[in-house]
Design a binder for this molecule. Structure first.
Ligand SMILES: Cc1cc2nc3c(=O)[nH]c(=O)nc-3n(C[C@H](O)[C@H](O)[C@H](O)COP(=O)(O)O)c2cc1C
Length: 365
């Protein structure tokens, strides 16, 4: 099968992955209202292209929180990547590095912080942190990431517990017996596997993650680590302002791939109010539903400095390990460059808000 776009990888991945893993990767929360409308939210934004601007040379490079990237598309943290391919997180991170971008490792990875540092030494890596009831365990994850030369901490704030993902409950989803959560011992992660009652991952999260988390804990994290703290999961300008107040350096506008609370907005819909509130002070980034170069262009035009792909990278991994993700990123990069050229943007600075209008603009005419 020839891969021409990300949807091709997704189609093929559906034939390769075990049902339980596929359902875990692709599903959203509840009735999947938000998940099913995410693509639509992008499509409702129209591009106003400008011409005659000499687009023979493009510059897609930028610096994000000290990391030089060749283009502003990185890989979002997704749990348990070895279910997609035996090389899991290492393959994904190597592909991100070769494409000149950033890889974010999930706390719930099937590769440890140290293994990843060794396996993908040339990739800029950020560590996604979940806060455990056991704060010394949480702090030890931070210290391990610092020691392994990770460049930022990405604190996910939208998961005091996990959303109700119906297929995981029906499937009694659990981590396959041959795999392990890399950052923890076998004994610490038994719940993830034994899922007699419902979703094993949800049981694990309920028993381990701290639902008492508040902005005071963000302050604590900013204080104990020298790494920049990025909060992931912000969907309102109110929380964006608090992120600034409590010392964060960046925000990832995200609805967690529509896997937490159904009926929240698509990230691309929430992005403008957050950029308006804190875009001059914090590095605002986003993830959620990116499938095409156009989507990247639209997110940048609305003020994101960088975007991340979650599921798309898992489809690449499932189709061909590291090479699969490399090919997928090359296709997305080419698509983004075509979108820049055909809309008259030669560099990231020239991707401005007036490039985009909502479709309602045209119905008013
Ligand atoms: C299978 C899967 C696992 C995920 N695991 C995590 C995780 O461990 N930590 C986290 O902060 N976000 C996690 N996310 C959310 C992603 O980081 C990201 O927000 C989302 O996938 C972006 O949307 P996209 O998949 O449409 O690109 C996960 C998403 C998926 C699909």
């Amino acid at each position: 099968m020839e891969f021409v776009c990300i949807a091709d990888f997704e189609k093929k991945a559906q034939t390769v992955l075990e049902k339980k893993a596929l359902d875990y990767y692709r599903s959203g929360a509840g009735d999947q209202y938000t998940l099913n409308r995410t693509r639509d939210a992008f499509r409702k934004l129209r591009i106003r292209p400008r011409f005659l601007r000499n687009v023979s040379k493009l510059n897609t490079a930028t610096t994000i929180l000290g990391c030089q990237v060749k283009w502003p598309v990185g890989i979002a943290p997704t749990a348990m990547q070895r279910m997609a391919h035996p090389d899991g997180e290492i393959a994904n991170a190597r592909a991100a590095g070769l494409a000149g971008s950033v890889f974010i490792l999930s706390t719930l990875s099937t590769t440890s912080i140290e293994e990843l540092a060794k396996g993908a030494p040339n990739t800029d890596k950020w560590f996604q942190l979940y806060v455990y009831k056991d704060r010394s365990l949480t702090e030890s994850l931070v210290r391990r990431a610092e020691k392994a030369n990770f460049k930022a901490l990405v604190l996910t704030i939208d998961a005091p517990l996990f959303g109700q993902r119906r297929s995981d409950i029906r499937n009694k989803f659990g981590l396959p017996p041959h795999l392990q959560l890399g950052n923890f011992s076998e004994a610490e992660t038994q719940d993830v596997k034994s899922s007699g009652k419902g979703s094993g991952i949800n049981e694990y999260v309920m028993s381990q993650f701290d639902p008492e988390l508040t902005w005071k804990d963000v302050e604590w994290l900013v204080k104990i680590s020298k790494l920049p703290v990025i909060v992931k999961g912000v969907l309102t300008h109110e929380d964006a302002v608090l992120a600034r107040e409590f010392g964060c350096k960046g925000i990832i506008v995200s609805n967690h791939g529509a896997r937490q609370l159904d009926s929240v907005p698509a990230s691309i819909e929430a992005l403008p109010e957050i950029v308006r509130a804190v875009g001059n002070d914090l590095v605002v980034m986003m993830d959620g539903g990116i499938m095409e170069g156009n989507d990247v262009l639209k997110a940048l035009a609305l003020g994101a400095k960088m975007v991340f792909i979650g599921r798309a990278a898992l489809w690449g991994l499932a189709c061909g390990g590291q090479k699969g993700v490399e090919d997928l990123l090359a296709i997305l990069k080419k698509d983004f460059e075509v979108a820049m050229s055909l809309s008259g943007c030669v560099d990231l600075e020239s991707i401005r808000p007036n490039l985009i209008v909502h479709e309602s603009h045209y119905s008013k005419l």
